[in-house]
Design a binder for this molecule. Structure first.
Ligand code: NDP
Length: 316
């Protein structure tokens, strides 16, 4: 019997290589993606065996699509042993916000709200996992944390008092803190929400469900398509900068293995934890439990974020 993992955004980058790594470890991978043909081609390119994956459509920017995905997954009859929330968009150069079909700013809608709904709905599935120790993993990032070198570059994330969420998060409210639209900050804010969501899931559900909730920062994977919307010169120099200056560069393969470890390795069975790797670019770099940013460790903020998000996705 194979264990089953759902990975969002498995058509490229970290998600694709995590899918490959887990397939190699004997898992069946549900590739939850918005572009079916691209995903099929990507799976074949990295050589995931045909019988090790199933592709199911999801557009994380659309709440209806997230709900439809859950139905489609349940229709496969598989039990769910792990969920990896990995998909994300980053659009540093846009001047005006883009909006999801639900009317929410698109990067927060995709990276946070879609995953927030997915996690909440799929708790039911994880509770019925075929393994004794189901896991839910959400990708974090160094840029969520201004205490780290990689997180110091402005603009810094700041959810403030979540005034934008409180006001319903529809235009003219395009930032969680209710302030002026800033696309880089919107991405960082969404990643703070990812970490807060993981910690709040742990606080609410770990004891009662036995599900292990965790996040990780696999290192800077400067070659993925995440930077496709940046200046061409940035795309060229960023990997070089990460490799030789910050030393944070990791390959997509290594990042994928790290995600697979957090999903499947018995050593990563702690809940409420954010994993990071020392000596990030080295294959034998050791993982450790890292303290998250001040904002991402604020329990009162986590609860507020949870309540507003639940309203925005129609759960409350
Ligand atoms: P990529 O851009 O390579 O992959 C992002 C994935 O998300 C793609 O599969 C993309 O699909 C998918 N996606 C985007 N929007 C949607 C949507 N609306 N619905 C469904 N899927 C969607 O990025 P990375 O692999 O670099 O990033 C993956 C994760 O790792 C992110 O959470 C990111 O924050 C995190 N991370 C990345 C780091 C890095 O240095 N690259 C560092 C730290 C964390 P499509 O192929 O169709 O575009």
């Amino acid at each position: 019997h194979k264990s089953t993992v759902i990975i969002t955004g498995a058509s490229s980058g970290v998600g694709l290589y995590a899918a490959n790594a887990l397939a190699k470890r004997g898992w069946h991978v549900i590739m939850a993606c918005r572009n079916l043909e691209k995903t099929e081609a990507a799976a074949q390119t990295v050589g995931i065996p045909k019988d090790s994956y199933t592709i199911i459509h999801i557009d994380l920017g659309s709440l209806d699509s997230v709900r439809k995905f859950v139905q489609d997954f349940r229709a496969t009859g598989r039990s769910l042993d792990a969920l990896v929330c990995n998909a994300a968009i980053y659009m540093p150069l846009i001047k005006e916000p883009l909006f999801s079909p639900d009317g929410y700013e698109l990067s927060v809608a995709t990276n946070h709200l879609g995953h927030f709904l997915l996690c909440n709905l799929m708790l039911e599935d994880l509770k019925k996992a075929s393994t004794s120790e189901p896991r839910l993993v959400i990708l974090g990032t160094v840029t969520h944390n201004p205490n780290e070198l990689g997180g110091k570059i402005p603009p810094r994330p700041d959810l403030g008092d979540l005034k934008g969420f409180e006001a319903g998060f529809k235009a003219p409210h395009t930032m969680i803190d209710g302030k002026k639209f800033e696309p880089v900050k919107a991405y960082k804010d969404s990643k703070v929400c990812n970490v807060l969501t993981m910690r709040e899931l742990h606080r609410r559900y770990h004891e009662s469900t036995g599900i292990t909730f965790s996040s990780l920062y696999p290192g800077c994977v400067a070659t993925t398509a995440l930077f496709r919307n940046h200046y061409p010169l940035f795309q060229k120099l960023f990997p070089v900068f990460q490799k030789y200056i910050t030393g944070g560069f990791v390959s997509e393969e290594l990042a994928g293995e790290r995600v697979a470890d957090v999903v499947a390795d018995p050593a990563y069975n702690q809940s409420g934890i954010y994993w990071s790797w020392g000596n990030r670019q080295k294959k034998d770099g050791k993982s450790f439990v890292q303290k998250v940013s001040n904002e991402a460790s604020d329990d009162a903020k986590a609860e507020k974020m949870w309540d507003f998000s639940a309203k925005l996705v129609g759960l409350a």
